[in-house]
Design a protein around this ligand. Structure first.
Ligand SMILES: *Cc1c(COP(=O)(O)O)cnc(C)c1O
Length: 732
């Protein structure tokens, strides 16, 4: 569409430009009056972390709930009238509904907490380019989005005055399918082909609120959608409006689907447009949180506003004032992972007027995004811009804080010691109620009490409470979750037509696939070089000896997407999928296509072990292992990101040394870690898992599970994370 690579892909997989710009949301389905609460609930993602609410939908017709991919709006549109009336006549169902409704209404009514200047009328504004709230709002690609979704859910549960801004990607992120010979293909779907839990944002006259940003020499307009995440309002900007040129209507089309120019203009809409939207809505934030550099243009818009209302002010005056309100979180430990833009392309996307309004010339403007302002060749980086124009910068784990201080030291005066670089850290966490399986929630409720969610906010109380749960309870709950995972795996890999190749993503018969008594290892992540998908198969003979062991075998479940243009990554995946020999690999290894939040939930809840083998120090934090820990699974990971902080020698397993030994090549480091990976598996994990006591329970293993549950659930939860942001960053 626009130019080079990105666009070839978009056109190949997206519907044609001409006729698909129409929005087609249905109004609420008219329901039996007894069930009218379901319409309200379908418009608030609150249901997605409250089991009893989810059941209200699912229990009406479980098959349809799955077929609609747990999308309540679509579900309510399609569910048979007869099923609805059955429920309207079912007293037990209605009792549950009334209880859930009362809880929901109570939850929503509570007044927001106040913290001096930060309060309901002056909230924290959280900006992010993607949000993984639930699968039925497919505007996330991976870790960053899921983290943002979990941040909003915890902010809601903690009742903080926080609102959020993002983009409504009409075609979202790609969905992955795998051909019969193991090659990844991509497909985009149109959000407006289905129902979404979004409402149009209207002004007092009932018209769409619209904002304009001057981009590429013309005014580009965007409208907004509101998604409700419990008590938090998430506003999503969308350039698909009739005033715009066809090309501009696609600006918010795809998440990470375009080239660098698309990225720039998306980030203009997010940052500049986002601030303008808040002004239109009369929202006056006390703090702007730039979650990753994508939204960093918002600082410039705030500076422009400041100068517009203080004509005497210089750019530096403006910065001094607005940076007090802005805080920044960086998520990438390598320079190449940070957005940088070609200065010429950037200048062609921004308007001259905007730069003039800042009282800057183009050189001083571009220098704001350079680590070295002397170097006119250096591209414009969103991270340097964000570091310069905010009052606080942080990484997402202790280690990542350290790495970031080293990485960005060059932006500070030469004599600055690395420990004095002003970048702190707050370690990522995950939303317990979203990620803990219903099975474990029930165990916690029974043994810890109805207030287990509150106890979870107190590390010490929680540890003691978990320690007191009987071993068999923990083990039986885990086995149940594992059975569910295996059923899910069998369902997802069942294909009636498979190719000539035997690949581990499709099977005609799945009833013998996977064994609940076998040690099950999960590995799901993006397929990128530093994540080292190859490590586990680097010595295939040694691996297959473990897989084929007559008494103590292991089985593996894989999932993950490769970037559409990354052929190398697709080759790695294809190679893995096509491993076929006379071992048991084909029935003890599976790949589940189209990794997303729903698949993640099944995997993290059911595996025994979660493996992670990134190259140090490239895992800024990682969060999937935190989800596993809350469900009694054990982490088996390189000591990088959050795991350096989480691992205590007993609550999981470490791969390799604490630090990379010096003077080794990448290949040598990989060999070293592979050796450690295999030997920890052979000598620690497998023996501990299969060592049963007189009651037939793996007592040593369960002790590790309990230690993991006790030590990691609170510390790596997003409630702890959001509290940290509140006290250490938002309220300085
Ligand atoms: C949690 C999660 C991630 C992030 O996991 P990492 O540990 O950072 O790899 C990515 N994708 C999905 C779908 C997730 O649920």
């Amino acid at each position: 569409m626009l130019n080079n690579d990105g666009d070839i892909m978009q056109n190949a997989v997206s519907p044609a430009l001409s006729e698909n710009l129409i929005e087609s949301f249905s109004p609420d389905r008219s329901l039996p009056e007894e069930l009218s609460f379901l319409n309200t609930l379908s418009q608030n993602f609150y249901w997605s972390w409250n089991e009893s609410c989810e059941r209200l939908f699912a229990d009406i017709e479980p098959g349809l709930w799955d077929r609609t991919e747990q999308n309540p709006r679509l579900f309510l549109r399609d569910v048979a009238e007869r099923r609805l009336w059955e429920k309207a006549a079912d007293r037990r169902y209605l009792k549950r509904l009334h209880r859930a409704q009362a809880e929901f209404e109570n939850y929503m009514l509570a007044e927001r907490k106040e913290f001096g200047e930060t309060n309901a009328s002056r909230p924290i504004a959280y900006f992010c380019a993607e949000y993984g709230v639930h699968n039925s709002l497919p505007i996330y690609s991976g870790g960053l989005g899921i983290l943002a979704g979990d941040h909003l859910k915890s902010a809601s549960d903690l009742n903080l005055p926080l609102i959020a801004v993002g983009l409504m990607y009409r075609f979202g992120y790609f969905r992955q399918s795998i051909t019969h010979d193991g090659w990844q293909e991509e497909k985009y779907t149109d959000s407006f082909d289905t129902e979404r839990a979004l409402t149009p944002v209207l002004n007092a006259d009932g018209d769409r609120v619209k904002i304009g940003v001057r981009i590429r020499g013309r005014e580009v307009f965007a409208q907004a959608w509101l998604a409700k995440v419990g008590r938090v309002s998430l506003y999503l900007l969308d350039t698909n409006v009739s005033e715009n040129d066809a090309v501009d209507r696609y600006i918010t089309g795809h998440l990470y689907g375009g080239d660098s120019e698309t990225r720039i203009v998306q980030e203009e809409i997010l940052g500049i447009g986002g601030v303008r939207l808040l002004r239109k809505l009369n929202i006056e934030p006390s703090v702007f949180h730039l979650n990753e550099g994508h939204s960093a243009f918002l600082t410039l818009e705030l500076a422009r506003e400041h100068i517009a209302s203080n004509p005497e002010a210089s750019f530096l005056d403006a910065i001094a004032s607005i940076s007090e309100k802005c805080v920044f979180t960086t998520h990438t430990p390598v320079e190449a992972g940070n957005d940088t833009f070609d200065p010429d392309v950037l200048l062609s996307c921004l308007s001259e007027e905007f730069i003039n309004d800042l009282k800057l010339d183009s050189k001083t403007f571009l220098d704001l995004g350079r680590t070295n302002p002397e170097d006119d060749k250096e591209w414009f980086g969103m991270t340097p811009l964000a570091i310069r124009l905010t009052r606080s910068a942080n990484g997402v784990s202790k280690k990542h804080g350290e790495v970031s201080r080293k990485l960005w030291r060059k932006m500070f005066p030469e004599e600055t010691p690395v420990e004095s670089v002003p970048i702190t850290s707050i370690t990522n966490g995950v939303h317990a109620l979203t990620w803990i399986s219903p099975i474990f929630k029930e165990v916690f409720q029974r043994h810890i009490g109805d207030d287990w969610e509150t106890i979870l906010r107190e590390n010490k109380l929680w540890s003691e409470a978990v320690g007191a749960i009987p071993d068999e309870e923990i083990w039986n709950a885990h086995l149940l979750a594992k059975r569910l995972l295996i059923a899910f795996i069998r369902e997802r890999t069942q294909e009636s037509h498979t190719g000539d190749e035997h690949t581990i993503n499709e099977h005609k018969r799945t009833s013998t696939l996977f064994d609940p008594n076998v040690l099950t290892i999960g590995f799901a992540r993006r397929i990128a070089a530093y994540k080292r998908w190859n490590l586990i198969i680097s010595d295939l003979d040694r691996l297959l000896k473990m897989v084929d062991h007559p008494d103590r075998p292991v089985q593996f479940v894989f999932a993950g997407k490769a970037h559409p243009q990354d052929r190398k990554a697709k080759n790695i995946l294809q190679h893995l999928l096509r491993i076929d020999n006379d071992s048991n690999w084909q029935k003890r290894a599976v790949f589940i296509a189209d990794y997303d939040q729903e698949i993640a939930r099944h995997l993290v809840q059911g595996v025994d072990v979660w493996m992670n083998v990134p190259r140090r120090p490239l895992e800024a934090s990682g969060t999937s292992g935190q989800k596993v820990a809350m469900n009694g699974g054990l982490n088996f990971s390189i000591l990088d990101g959050w795991w350096i902080e989480g691992y205590n020698g007993k609550n999981g397993f470490a791969i390799g040394p604490r630090e990379d030994p010096e003077n080794l090549s990448v290949e040598e480091l990989d060999d070293l870690d592979a050796e450690s990976l295999y030997s920890v598996l052979e000598n620690e994990i497998i023996p501990r898992y299969y060592d049963l006591d007189e009651n037939g329970l793996p007592a040593g293993w369960i002790a590790s599970m309990k230690d993991s549950l006790a030590t990691l659930t609170h510390s790596f939860g997003s409630d702890r994370m959001v509290e940290d942001y509140l006290h250490k960053i938002y309220l300085k």
